[in-house]
Design a protein around this ligand. Structure first.
Ligand SMILES: [Zn+2]
Length: 170
């Protein structure tokens, strides 16, 4: 840390000295240095575009998001951005990270610290299913006909049973 200190731009070194005299101004400067690379306006536009369907998401890999069940689900967006959602027992829980097409990135802690309104964001259950393929807390849905599959039984058994009665079957 101290070894790198002389490499800092001189105005930061100046502000460090000034801190003893003007703490609010120094804190404001630090806030600007730590400002996230992606603005809240950009994130809201991205989330609303996902909701409206003008930006479409494709989950990475072969697994359906609801098969992940608990854990991060990474998506590629049709606008070239990437988003990772934490799926908590098939409940859309929080944004783990977003990466813009030009490589700017924001992670969960930065969102929680800088943008509390985005931290509180959660899509409706319909949008969670239709846009993110995350079906709702502790539930599972048929990806062909959208039917809610109800227990008891494991998800595999529920899907097997449903295959014989799926409305999308031809
Ligand atoms: Zn079905």
């Amino acid at each position: 840390m101290f070894a790198e200190f002389p490499k800092l731009p001189c105005w930061i070194r100046g502000e460090r000295i000034a801190a003893a005299f003007d703490v609010p101004a120094f804190k404001e400067k630090l806030r600007l240095i730590n400002e996230p690379e992606i603005s809240d306006i950009e994130i809201w536009e991205f989330l609303r575009a996902i909701e409206s369907g003008s930006v479409m998401l494709t989950a990475d890999g072969d697994r359906e998001p609801q098969d992940v069940y608990s854990g991060n689900v990474a998506y590629s967006a049709s606008n070239g951005w990437r988003i990772v959602i934490y799926n908590d027992c098939n409940d859309w829980d929080y944004i783990d990270q977003i990466v813009t097409i030009d490589g700017r990135k924001i992670v969960y802690n930065e969102i929680a610290d800088s943008f509390p309104d985005i931290d509180c964001y959660e899509p409706t259950e319909d949008l969670s299913w239709s846009r993110y393929r995350i079906p709702g807390a502790a539930s599972i849905r048929c990806i062909l006909c959208d039917a809610h599959l109800k227990g008891p039984g494991s998800f595999d058994k529920l899907l097997d049973k449903h295959r014989t009665e799926c409305r999308a079957k031809t």
